[in-house]
Write a new protein. Structure first.
Lengths: 310, 447
């Protein structure tokens, strides 16, 4: 090994020469990179590669032999059914997220006001819809909605009302898939909002009360501002998950009647797997990306802005 | 482990001789001397049917010294389609798979030609019908072999008592057990009148009109009975025709006599409709009868499977064959072909049909009169006419004869049932619906 000799008044100090690799290993940035490497590999393998592959598939022709550029997208833009799916996906995700947020918010407040002793039981019970695998719970809903044999229609008929075609009439079918999604997703909002509520300092409410603030003012000027970031991130997360929902629609209606409950994921499956047109299916699924990207940019920008202000 | 490397010529030479003796054979000895073979079969609905298939495979494997590995892949949730797509993309997986109806054509370029196997089988078992050729051949070559397990027809399964009582139709007299049908009067017009009478009696026909296979199949047969094509054999769009208008008019009249919720029915809804005793007729393979036999024997005693009604252009019955296709990337194509040949021998097919209680249908002409269909009960002879023993009807598939890749789109996207839904539930004019269909069909022509 080469040695460096340092001339000085005392005995010569001999220090080992560092190789390039050793130097690199000493750098903080290298250590940071190495520590992040497992995550980078996971993201490359499970996010970047599948996304790139989907992008590549979406640019091929039906028999996957030729590169056709953006022709698959052009083709979709010309289809009435595709635009119906875009509208339905937005309706499904938008209305489901609004109701989930609203119900989650209300239930979180109700649970928050329960004495601590009994709160755990309620929290556990309210989380049940969220922890049951949705494909399984949706099957139970399917039986409840079955227009010929369902409990709902049995009750309605018992009360003297007409049977409802829950899954056979487009309006009711849309209502049904949104309802099940709200039922499944509201507990997630509830638990997130409950955590946010618990982090609001009690002193703020006490001070407001001394100042004579009413319930609505406390809610508007303290609770909501303190929860804004959690609300925004929860809404974004739920929007992404709801937009990409597959199992609920697939099990309940499979996109029917007359395609009027299809969302991006189910339509993509219909085209890609069932109709053996994988490139077109990939193009449909990729269409979610810019929509969700836009939503993420706006919501996260808002969150960051508020973070910088505080 | 030693792997046998038989050439295709060698296989055919041996296969030809062995076929005459009843089964093909390798002359390779030693434990698993002929290598490994993995296969993915369709997971059968009928309990016990898989066991018989496993036994047949194991018997062959023991004789031919091949190490086999079997996976039964369910069609629930389209798991089988996902497997096909994944293996096709990865170019790895099983040596051969069970391909439903349209899928051999979709993967034609990745499937091993099977002309040698089919040549022998047709010689021995008789010809196959035109629908099997349409689905199993590509570019004039066989790319897959029609498999008995999973192959099915979806003819009417009627309640003997309700049809007699309310519609005045004796289905047993029309389709007597053990004899040729006497069904000249059984037309789609008779069917419509019977549907009306049964609806008024509170036991409507249970015909699904959603976007699943059971709905598309009977509607496809109805379209063909009226000569109504959406696209012809050359792939030209011919939806703007009087025949299509006529069949849509007919559908409007029929739909009013069906349960209101048929547009949301799945493939299980019609079975439940019949087994629960709420309807007088459905169109289905004998699975509904088999469930009734287990769960509602008093209903099963009144069920009779028979032929389809005839239309102006003939009597068409929905037929959905399954195929066994060998991947071109398979490492043991010779063994795969040998096994498929063994599983298509008359004795093996008879066992498979027996194990499936008559559900499975061989596609070969000489094998439509196996004793199972004549003997299963109750009532005796209930399935006699299921395999079309008197060639009384034309076995077909919805959207045929247009090129399979385009037909697959029409079938899986349920263009025909959606047309009916538009003119009935949406009150859209027939002309507007045809315009909509025309545009959809143009999209299906993508190469």
């Amino acid at each position: 090994m080469a040695m460096n000799t340092v001339a000085s008044g005392g005995p010569a100090l001999v220090r080992p020469t560092r190789t390039g690799l050793q130097k690199a290993m000493k750098r903080r940035s290298t250590i940071a990179f190495l520590m992040a490497l497992p995550l980078i590999i996971i993201i490359l393998a499970l996010v970047i590669y599948p996304a790139g592959y989907a992008l590549m598939l979406a640019t091929l022709n039906k028999s996957m032999e030729e590169f056709v550029g953006l022709e698959n997208f052009e083709f979709l833009f010309d289809r009435e059914t595709f635009w119906m799916v875009v509208w339905q996906s937005c309706l499904f995700a938008g209305s489901a997220v609004i109701f989930k947020a609203l119900i989650g918010f209300i239930v979180a407040h109700l649970v928050h006001n329960i004495p601590l002793k009994g709160q755990r039981k309620w929290r556990g019970m309210l989380l049940i819809p969220w922890v049951i695998p949705p494909a399984m719970s949706t099957l139970a809903w399917l039986w409840l909605f079955d227009s010929s044999y369902s409990a709902f229609n049995w009750i309605l008929e018992g009360l003297g009302f007409e049977r409802v075609l829950w899954l056979g009439e487009p309006g009711w079918a849309r209502f049904s898939v949104i309802l099940v999604n709200v039922w499944y997703g509201a507990p997630f909002f509830m638990i997130m909002y409950l955590a946010a509520l618990k982090s609001v300092p009690e002193q703020l409410y006490e001070a407001a009360e001394i100042d004579g603030a009413g319930w609505w003012q406390r809610m508007w000027f303290i609770t909501l501002p303190m929860m804004r970031n959690i609300i925004a991130i929860t809404v974004l997360f739920s929007l992404i998950v709801t937009f990409a929902n597959f199992d609920i629609v697939r099990v309940l209606t499979a996109g029917g009647p007359i395609d009027q409950t299809h969302v991006f994921a189910t339509y993509s499956f219909k085209l890609g797997i069932e109709s053996s047109d994988i490139p077109l299916g990939a193009a449909v699924s990729l269409f979610m990306f810019p929509l969700l990207g836009l939503a993420a940019i706006f919501i996260l920008r808002d969150v960051t802005k508020r973070g910088n202000q505080t | 482990m030693t792997r046998s490397k038989l050439t295709r010529r060698g296989f055919v030479r041996r296969g030809s001789g062995a076929a005459a003796a009843g089964i093909t054979a390798f002359n390779v000895r030693g434990a698993h001397a002929a290598g490994k073979l993995s296969m993915g079969f369709w997971d059968h609905w009928v309990p016990g049917a898989n066991d018989t298939l496993t036994k047949l495979v194991n018997d062959w494997a023991a004789k031919e010294k091949v190490e086999v590995s079997i996976d039964y892949i369910t069609s629930t949730g389209n798991k089988n389609l996902l497997t096909i797509a994944a293996e096709g993309q990865a170019k790895a997986g099983h040596d051969f798979l069970a391909f439903p109806t349209w899928y051999p054509a979709d993967y034609a370029r990745q499937l091993e030609p099977m002309d040698d196997v089919m040549g022998e089988l047709v010689k021995k078992n008789g010809a196959v019908n035109a629908t099997v050729e349409y689905l199993g051949k590509s570019g004039g070559k066989w790319i897959a072999v029609p498999a008995a397990p999973g192959s099915q027809m979806k003819p009417p399964c009627s309640r003997i008592d309700l049809m007699k009582q309310h519609a005045g139709i004796d289905v047993q007299a029309m389709y007597p057990a053990g004899a040729a049908p006497k069904a000249d009067a059984w037309t789609w017009d008779t069917f419509l009148a019977a549907a009306e009478k049964c609806h008024k009696a509170g036991v409507p026909f249970g015909l699904p009109l959603g976007q699943t296979s059971d709905a598309v199949d009977w509607v496809g047969a109805l379209f063909q009975a009226y000569g109504a094509q959406l696209a012809n054999a050359k792939g030209e769009i011919v939806v703007k025709s009087d025949a299509v208008k006529q069949v849509l008019e007919y559908s409007k009249r029929l739909v009013q006599w069906l349960p209101q919720d048929v547009f949301s029915w799945d493939d299980g809804s019609n079975n439940r409709w019949l087994v629960s005793g709420r309807g007088a007729l459905i169109m289905n393979p004998p699975s509904a009868w088999a469930v009734a036999k287990r769960d509602a024997p008093q209903i099963a005693q009144q069920l009779w499977t028979h032929g389809m009604p005839a239309g102006p252009k003939g009597r068409f019955a929905p037929f959905l064959p399954y195929f066994w296709g060998v991947w071109s990337f398979s490492k043991n194509k010779t063994a795969a072909k040998s096994l498929i040949t063994a599983l298509c021998q008359p004795a093996a097919i008879a066992q498979l049909v027996e194990a499936s209680q008559g559900y499975d249908l061989p596609s070969f002409a000489n094998l439509t009169t196996l004793k199972t269909w004549g003997e299963v009960e109750p009532p005796k002879g209930t399935l006699y006419h299921y395999p079309n023993p008197h060639s009384h009807q034309i076995q077909t598939i919805a959207a045929a004869p247009c090129p399979p890749k385009m037909a697959n789109q029409i079938y899986t996207q349920a263009t025909m049932t959606r047309m009916i839904a538009r003119v009935t539930t949406q009150n859209e004019s027939i002309d507007k619906t045809i315009d909509w269909a025309q545009k959809e069909l143009q999209g299906f022509k993508r190469a």
